[in-house]
Ligand binder design. Structure first.
Ligand SMILES: *Cc1c(COP(=O)(O)O)cnc(C)c1O
Length: 662
């Protein structure tokens, strides 16, 4: 039964979404079951048809043997125990789950993954994955197109992308590639390769632009190819011996005393995978310089200041990271401004890569992409929303195509199973430098050359063996829902609309509960992550506010000690740290919450403000079938919790007792 439509035409129902997921209630169970059974049978026939003349190796009556039966019963028992234990899992599928970056799984991806699993392809190379390794390379091209990178493998400067276990490893791959490309011209100089036009000194060799670095690499390859075989081997070894990959950071920088170890610049909002990446690469966390933000978006003037300092003291920069959808706040860095600052720095002889960490926000790029691959104008996109996209957000997405590399997590807003991150670089020619064995095939002239080259995927990626099923899932999903606004874009559209509804509802909540609580969305959301800061009225201390939000979060957090059904909603928390936020913003937010800035400690628990964080990626937050808004229900729930935590007392109207601080 359809209830009367309580929602505006803007939020009209999208029937395609009905078929996309198993659904909060398991509505599409019959469809998924049919698919799984059909393709499992298909797999069995495939086994039988390999050599049908080979008789069954397991006897037809084997299933009656006591040992068989004992094994089966042990297996069943353990599977039942597993299945029972999994009932305590986090209900990512439910619109009551607005905690972390997880939601339901897209049916095409889930079905493709399940169907591929029994074939067990290993995408380390074509020998182990004749089908899915090509799919992985195609996924790279699909994502490249979504981002606005060149994606035609006939073109020499085509992009390349591959899957990783997640965004963390994709970010690490970006660091590896940037370092390889930056250090290579220095190695060529050190090897004294004749006849090559190389920069005059190590500083300029270490600071070539991305394009110039690739041009030097190509010139070297062309020169090398023209040498007689014995000469070629000699020069190859000579250059390899000078490379940072051979010498290691210690040996490389000892050999080039005029070069300092380069910095990696990232906004303070950057994910902690960047710290891991610098540790893993051996650069060390000291080389990660975190830049201040404005409203949790990288501050371009601070970036310019840092770059000017680097030019002045001859401090090389490996890469500047811009975040497209920060993990904690969903904010979007001004990628266009980062690119402009890079151009200016390059003019002063400071060259570095620009990488976009779009682990969270990558798939939002579908909203800006026409079916023919062109960019949609802001005005056109904006017709579908209340405020999205701001001019700054549109400019950030429009600039994506000019960055050097990007991380996108299909296991986040791509709604695919875990174990699926992606690294994409704009110009695949740099990848030769990551190859484990010397790789000197350069000029690709046909898509099949390009594919052939990357079939030895294990040569280029940080991992070795890797699930081909993940590639199949991503490939099939992107074919069923192409990465443009008309197809895949329906999913992020629903979530951005939900975030706008959430934002509006949060403001109404703040008014409705103004008597007992100060509530504030600290930053107007750029995407589909919305935070809420709260402080009970009458409380002025940070300790009090944190205890209050902590108590609210206790009812929203995963608690394996309790039956799942007792939980009404799942949310998460994050914190605002003055050293990241800056004093002006901190003062603005604390003032609006009625908090005394003096209660901010510089050490201990209360040097940060705890806030609620909501990830709005469930496509059914607004249930058109039943006329239910889970957003309304959440705020009704939150209102009840807030009221029960703020106990009214005749003398002090809003003394907080239940939160443990009254
Ligand atoms: C999630 C996330 C990562 C890390 O990705 P994993 O898939 O968890 O390894 C990196 N950067 C950002 C911005 C993220 O949101």
């Amino acid at each position: 039964m359809s209830a009367a439509q309580p929602f505006s035409a803007l939020e009209s129902r999208d029937h395609t979404l009905d078929a996309c997921f198993l659904g909060p209630y398991g509505e599409n169970d019959a469809l998924l079951e049919r698919l799984i059974v059909e393709f499992l049978r298909d797999h069995v026939y495939w086994r039988r048809n390999f050599h049908p003349e080979d008789p069954p190796a397991i006897a037809t009556g084997a299933a009656q043997h006591p040992d068989y039966l004992a094994f089966e019963s042990r297996m069943r028992r353990e599977l039942h125990l597993l299945s029972a234990a999994l009932k305590k899992s986090v209900p990512f599928h439910s619109p009551r789950y607005i905690g972390h970056m997880a939601s339901d799984l897209l049916l095409p991806g889930l079905a493709a993954q399940i169907l591929t699993l029994p074939y067990n392809p290993n995408n380390v190379s074509e020998d182990a994955a004749p089908v899915t390794v090509d799919m992985e390379v195609q996924v790279g091209l699909q994502l490249a197109r979504m981002l606005g990178y060149p994606h035609d493998p006939v073109q020499p400067a085509c992009a390349f992308g591959h899957l990783t276990s997640g965004g963390t490893l994709a970010n690490y791959q970006a660091l590896r590639l940037a370092l390889a490309l930056k250090a290579f011209p220095v190695a060529l100089r050190a090897a004294r390769v004749p006849q090559l036009e190389l920069p005059p000194d190590d500083w300029s060799a270490f600071n070539l632009s991305h394009a110039d670095g690739i041009a030097v690499l190509e010139a070297w390859q062309t020169w090398l190819a023209a040498q007689p075989p014995t000469e070629r081997a000699h020069w190859l070894k000579r250059v390899d011996d000078e490379r940072v990959e051979q010498r290691g950071l210690v040996g490389f920088f000892a050999a080039h005393p005029q070069l300092r170890v380069p910095l990696v610049l990232a906004p303070v909002t950057a994910h902690y995978s960047w710290s891991k990446g610098l540790k893993l690469l051996g650069l060390g966390r000291d080389q990660l310089e975190l830049l201040p933000t404005r409203g949790m978006r990288l501050d371009p003037s601070a970036l310019r200041g840092t770059l000017e300092r680097c030019v002045r003291i001859r401090q090389p920069v490996l890469m500047c990271v811009a975040v497209l959808g920060s993990t904690e706040y969903g904010t979007i860095d001004p990628i266009d401004e980062v690119l402009a600052a890079r151009t200016e720095a390059q003019a002063h002889g400071l060259g570095f890569s620009v990488h976009v960490d779009a682990a969270w926000g990558g798939y939002l790029a579908t909203l800006f992409r026409n079916e023919n691959g062109t960019l949609r104008r802001r005005e056109e996109v904006a017709t579908e929303y209340v405020q999205f996209p701001t001019p700054a957000v549109h400019a950030a997405f429009a600039a994506l195509g000019d960055t050097d590399s990007a991380t996108v997590d299909p296991h986040k807003l791509g709604y695919l199973p875990y174990g699926t991150g992606a690294f994409i670089c704009r110009d695949h020619r740099a990848m030769a430098l990551l190859a484990e064995r010397a790789d000197y095939v350069f000029h690709t002239s046909t898509p099949s050359d390009y594919l052939a080259r990357y079939r030895s995927l294990g040569q280029f990626i940080p991992e070795g063996s890797k699930a081909g099923a993940a590639a199949a899932a991503a490939y099939v999903t992107h074919k069923v829902l192409p990465l443009d606004h008309r197809h895949f874009g329906r999913l992020p559209r629903a979530t951005i609309r939900a975030a706008e509804a959430f934002y509006a509802r949060a403001q109404r909540f703040a008014l409705d509960l103004a008597d007992c609580v100060h509530a504030l969305v600290p930053f107007a959301p750029d995407s589909n992550l919305v935070c809420l800061a709260l402080n009970p009225r009458g409380n002025t201390s940070l300790a009090g506010a944190n205890a209050f939000v902590g108590a609210l979060h206790d009812t929203l957090r995963c608690d394996p000690g309790q039956p799942l059904q007792l939980k009404e909603f799942f949310g998460s928390v994050t914190s605002l740290r003055p050293e990241e936020l800056g004093l002006v913003e901190t003062a603005r937010i604390l003032n609006a919450l009625g908090l005394d800035l003096a209660t901010l400690n510089h050490d201990g628990e209360n040097r940060r403000l705890l806030i609620l964080r909501h990830t709005l990626m469930n496509p059914y937050l607004i249930d058109h079938e039943n006329g239910i808004s889970y957003i309304d229900r959440y705020f009704e729930f939150l209102g009840r919790r807030v009221q029960s935590l703020t106990v009214t007392d005749a003398s002090r109207p809003t003394l907080i007792r239940k939160a443990g601080i009254g």
